[in-house]
Design a protein around this ligand. Structure first.
Ligand SMILES: [Zn+2]
Length: 82
């Protein structure tokens, strides 16, 4: 099982966490002004790289805090958590 290093609790089993998707996706400044296609792109389109990927995770069964993590999607190696 993957061990995820919570910045506040330390390493814990993956089962204690919820995946929150790609990190650093900015909310549109004026969402009402966006055409439907751009709104749909914001909602549903995410990168899917093979290699390092910045993600959001929640320690749902622990401290319940959100944090960013950089994980290599090819090897599951965790490169950074904060
Ligand atoms: Zn935690």
């Amino acid at each position: 099982m993957l061990q995820i290093p919570c910045p506040w609790c330390g390493p814990r089993d993956e089962a204690e966490f919820h995946y929150g998707g790609q990190a650093h996706v900015a909310y549109p400044a004026d969402p009402a002004a966006l055409p439907d296609e751009e709104w749909a792109r914001y909602l549903f389109f995410r990168d899917n790289p093979k290699g390092p990927f910045a993600e959001r995770w929640s320690h749902a069964a622990g401290c319940r805090r959100w944090f960013n993590l950089v994980r290599d999607t090819a090897t599951n190696e965790i490169l950074e958590a904060r």
